[in-house]
Design a protein around this ligand. Structure first.
Ligand SMILES: *[C@@H]1O[C@H](CO)[C@@H](O)[C@H](O)[C@H]1NC(C)=O
Ligand SMILES: *[C@@H]1O[C@H](CO)[C@@H](O)[C@H](O)[C@H]1NC(C)=O
Ligand SMILES: *[C@@H]1O[C@H](CO)[C@@H](O)[C@H](O)[C@H]1NC(C)=O
Ligand SMILES: *[C@@H]1O[C@H](CO)[C@@H](O)[C@H](O)[C@H]1NC(C)=O
Ligand SMILES: *[C@@H]1O[C@H](CO)[C@@H](O)[C@H](O)[C@H]1NC(C)=O
Length: 908
């Protein structure tokens, strides 16, 4: 009986692995298992219902169509299938599986087990380092081991086919092999390259596969004499047979090209006659327990590369191609691959640091199940994003005003934007209401993403080519054609998008402790340790590098502040739109109906955010104005929206039996301090008591009109709006955690049935980043506390300086002032005068009062040319001692001015 020994070895192996893993991940098989997930066009998963078995199922693209990725293991001349449905060879045994935020690690064995293969699929998660994150490659790290005391002859084989390029088996493909000193690779592509175009299934309906670009498959040269051989373009069955017979491949590229991805028998379509594949074989020779790990390991990488990535609409109404971010630093794909393979240890270390931090934080705010939810959700965000190198005129490459990523090689800033594909629900580019749901992820992990993702929309709206006032729903009907909507006057979801944009801009500005601003503006050195003259290796969550305490969080906040200043007037038009339109919203899509209260809350929070943006930029008048509007609207809303029995906020005015899962209240909890919320505590208490009464096993429905639909992102936003210890929060978080354990689903989607927990579309969308809602609350609260502490410190430290300054001002440097005025006016700046008498009680509630009236002078850029902004004001920084009104101002005003002063003085 061979059964007993094999069970024993598996148990022993499992125990060994369990020991080496922390408690965090050991008990979790996610709803789908990510294998290579890096971009909209590189997304391979192990799907399937209860049986997610690597050794019998083909990996699939996120749309569920199969991808040819097969693996064989040859032990002492006998061959097993360890990956994919390769029915000619028996399946290997699955010994264990461990999921982390970046990796899916399988261990499989022959049967009975004598040799194991560990297949570690790593799609690095380095949200602090957008450059690394945007490289469109993923790793497969293979390690074999002898499980008994004997030596075994071991070879491992993997293969890809043309289905990595497109679904259509009739497409012609071509290939070539590439030899570099440090790696061996194969490149294959569609013969007919159609840039910026996705494969059509029928008119207006795409397969989500891109018809341009190259798939690369590359194996790192082994330092320990692991022999790698390859075969490119031979038929699949032939190639596998060669491996099974010889344990190696012929190192040859088949010249009968191009050929179609698959040729089927015309009599019997189930028979595949020819299928060119791209394969590696790694010969580990004789493997015993004494063999070093290096001599038992082989690293391969798979990538889908396009250059350029997207088309974009510019100021001059021209369509320009934008290139990938990596292209700014690496002149060729070959160089990029060398970097990526060489960077493996770094990528793993950074990903592990992130995983560890994420689990610790998530466990702290809620618990282990919540940690699993955010972990599996993480890769989905980046799967929808592509970072572009912004070579346009509008870009600014200076660290002070630019939107940047940083080269991991040199630490140099690179002008950058990030593009989003609205996967699954729709192929739009840069959809605002898809960006907003994953704001919590960005706040927690990658604040720089906020300005970088908003910039394409802001810049497009600023061209004036788009006619409606509120922001566009998206900047292109179908990715990767992000060419705007110049002929498209229907604004889509105007209140939704206007509210989202304002809330996101403010969130970006508040994403890091914004003091001291001079540190913000000095060039951050995130990944280059100048003191040691080398790359800083440990880039974790805070990414503190270079000894100056600079980190990617502050960098995100800095870029957001610059961006808000550049687009300030545009933001105001959106706020004005909300003031006019959002108390009684007209009918909009998402269950058309007028007067939907969820939209009103979005509008109110958006207007309040405009007030805060204005305050942070020192525009006191605007701040007061919008705060008053937001408050008045809130008061009227509460008169209309509370059900007569006081149990809940209605879903539509005048219908007491209607209700919503009010996810938009999360913005209020996220962006304001406990003492200064836009909505009163009774609203939150009421909703906390209400949700459990309408919850089904997988949460309350989103909208009483559609009892069979919930959204996982909105469930966790609502959990973020609930009180930490409330039953509502428990019910909401548990619902989502339960769904992520419901392995009856073959796919990972954010639309679910609250009764049964079925996934019903909206697959693998980045909105899964919204599951970070609880973590983001903590991050912003911390930043607010830091800010308050900094303010207190400033108050005491600078009291003396201020007193002297005031004295100097009182003596009167009127001449200097006039001079400066003229100078500024010449540079195209406009002096805006207004009285601060209207300065509201509410605005300064609890933070001191204005003691008297007076004039405020606020300098605004008339026409911000060339990315200019209020921050370009040379010398504005010493306005402190120029403005004799300052002593009269509230603390709030002084603070705002002081910060502006610091910002500009460090530029000037
Ligand atoms: C594997 O492939 C065979 C033949 O190609 C097919 O009949 C079978 O259904 C496939 N199995 C899975 C799990 O996809
Ligand atoms: C593989 O086996 C392990 C251990 O038996 C099990 O926990 C896991 O669910 C299996 N994984 C997959 C993906 O089938
Ligand atoms: C190349 O592939 C074709 C189609 O599978 C096959 O007929 C031919 O024999 C192959 N060439 C070589 C040299 O193996
Ligand atoms: C919206 O609600 C207000 C207040 O209840 C009502 O006066 C108005 O008629 C409603 N609008 C529509 C289009 O039903
Ligand atoms: C009131 O709301 C309920 C629940 O959403 C809905 O079924 C009903 O049709 C609504 N009534 C009106 C008049 O719209």
């Amino acid at each position: 009986m061979l059964l007993w020994p094999s069970v024993w070895v598996l148990v022993a192996l499992g125990a060994r692995l369990a020991q080496s893993q922390s408690l965090d991940e050991a008990d979790y098989t996610p709803i789908v298992v990510p294998l290579a997930v890096r971009s909209p066009y590189l997304g391979a998963y192990l799907q399937g219902r209860q049986h997610k078995r690597l050794s019998t199922s083909d990996p699939r693209f996120w749309t569920t169509t199969p991808l040819g990725w097969k693996g064989l293991l040859r032990v002492d001349g006998k061959t097993w299938t360890w990956m994919g449905n390769a029915t000619d060879y028996p399946p290997a045994l699955n010994a264990s599986f461990v999921h982390t935020t970046a990796g899916s690690k399988f261990v499989l064995t022959d049967d009975p087990p004598t040799v194991s293969i560990e297949a570690n699929f790593v799609s690095p998660v380095t949200p602090a380092d957008l450059f690394r994150q945007s490289v469109p490659f993923s790793y497969l790290d293979l390690t074999v081991a002898s499980l008994d005391a004997r030596a075994h002859s071991v070879q491992v084989y993997t293969e890809l086919d043309g289905l990595w390029l497109a679904d259509n088996e009739g497409d012609e493909i071509e290939w070539e092999s590439k030899g570099e000193p440090d790696w061996r690779g194969i490149r294959f592509r569609l013969k007919d390259q159609r840039p910026f175009e996705e494969e059509q299934i029928e008119k207006g309906w795409t397969a989500d596969r891109i018809l341009s670009g190259d798939v690369w498959y590359a194996a790192r040269a082994s330092k320990a004499h692991v022999e790698t051989s390859f075969a490119a373009g031979d038929d699949a069955a032939t190639t596998r047979r060669t491996f099974a017979t010889d344990g190696s491949l012929a190192n040859r590229s088949n010249h009968t090209a191009p050929r179609t991805t698959r040729t089927r028998d015309s009599m019997d379509a189930s028979r595949i006659l020819d299928e060119p594949v791209f394969a590696f074989a790694h010969d580990f020779g004789s493997v015993s327990t004494a063999t070093s790990r290096e001599a038992r390991s082989q690293l391969v990488t798979i990538g889908h590369v396009r250059d350029p990535l997207v088309q974009y609409m510019t100021r001059g109404n021209e369509t320009v191609p934008l290139r990938p971010l990596w292209r700014s630093t690496f002149p060729t794909v070959e160089r990029l691959i060398s970097f990526f393979l060489g960077d493996y240890a770094n990528a793993v270390e950074m990903s592990a640091a992130y995983n560890k931090k994420l689990y610790a934080d998530a466990r702290k705010v809620d618990g282990q199940e919540y940690a699993h939810v955010v972990s599996i959700s993480t890769r989905q965000v980046f799967a929808a994003l592509e970072a572009v190198w912004d070579e346009s005129d509008e870009a600014s490459s200076t660290a002070a005003t630019g939107l940047l990523a940083y080269s991991p090689l040199t630490g140099q800033p690179i002008p950058t934007m990030v593009m989003l594909k609205e996967v699954s629900s729709n192929g739009n580019c840069g959809t605002v209401d898809v960006l907003a749901p994953f704001l919590p992820f960005m706040l927690y992990a990658s604040p720089s993403l906020i300005p970088l993702l908003l910039e394409p929309t802001l810049r497009y709206a600023a061209t004036g080519l788009y006619a409606p006032i509120p922001p566009p729903h998206d900047i292109g009907d179908h990715y990767p054609a992000c060419i705007g909507h110049n002929d498209f006057l229907y604004p889509g979801l105007p209140i939704e998008e206007a509210g989202n944009m304002l809330n996101m801009v403010l969130a970006g500005m508040r994403s890091a402790d914004a003091e001291p601003y001079h540190a913000l503006l000095a060039r951050p050195r995130h990944w280059f340790d100048e003191k040691r003259g080398q790359l800083a290796r440990a880039v974790g969550w805070h990414a503190l590098v270079g000894g100056g305490g600079r980190d990617h969080r502050r960098e995100g906040a800095r870029a957001s502040v610059v961006q808000a200043a550049n687009h300030y007037e545009l933001l105001k038009t959106w706020a004005d739109y909300l003031v006019d339109e959002s108390l009684f919203p007209r009918t909009q899509i998402f269950g058309p109906a007028p007067n939907q209260t969820s939209l009103v809350i979005k509008g109110i929070t958006g207007i309040r955010s405009m007030s805060e943006i204005a305050a942070d930029l020192g525009n006191v008048q605007d701040s007061i104005h919008y705060r008053q509007r937001a408050d008045a609207m809130r008061d009227r809303f509460l008169e209309l929206a509370v059900a007569a029995d006081g149990t809940h906020l209605v879903g539509q005015y005048g219908n007491d039996s209607s209700w919503m899962t009010h996810y938009n209240l999360y913005y209020d909890k996220l962006l304001t301090d406990r003492t200064d919320r836009q909505f009163p505590e009774f609203v939150y208490d009421m909703q906390d008591a209400f949700y459990p009464t309408v919850a089904q096993p997988f949460g309350p429905p989103l909208d009483s009109r559609f009892p069979a639909r919930a959204k996982t992102d909105w469930l966790l936003w609502a959990a973020g709006a609930a009180s930490p210890n409330s039953r509502a929060r428990r019910v909401l978080v548990d619902s989502v955690a339960r769904y992520f354990r419901a392995d009856k689903n073959a796919v990972f989607g954010d639309a679910i049935t609250p009764g049964e927990g079925w996934s019903v579309g909206f697959l693998t969308r980045p909105v899964a980043g919204g599951h970070y809602s609880l973590l983001a609350l903590d991050v912003l609260a911390d930043e607010r506390n830091r800010r308050r502490a900094a303010r207190a410190e400033w108050r005491s430290r600078d009291a003396f300086v201020v007193a002297v300054a005031v004295a100097v001002a009182v003596v009167g440097v009127v001449g200097v002032r006039q001079c400066r005025r003229r100078h500024l006016a010449e540079k195209g700046y406009r002096e805006v005068l207004g009285t601060a008498r209207t300065f509201g009680r509410r605005f300064s509630s609890g933070r001191g009062r204005r003691r008297g009236g007076g004039e405020e002078a606020i300098w605004l850029a008339e026409t911000p040319e060339q990315g200019g902004s209020v921050f370009d004001l040379g010398g504005f920084g010493d306005d402190d001692d120029e403005d004799d009104d300052e002593a009269d101002g509230t603390e709030e005003e002084e603070w705002a001015k002081r910060r502006i002063g610091r910002r500009s003085s460090s530029i000037g």
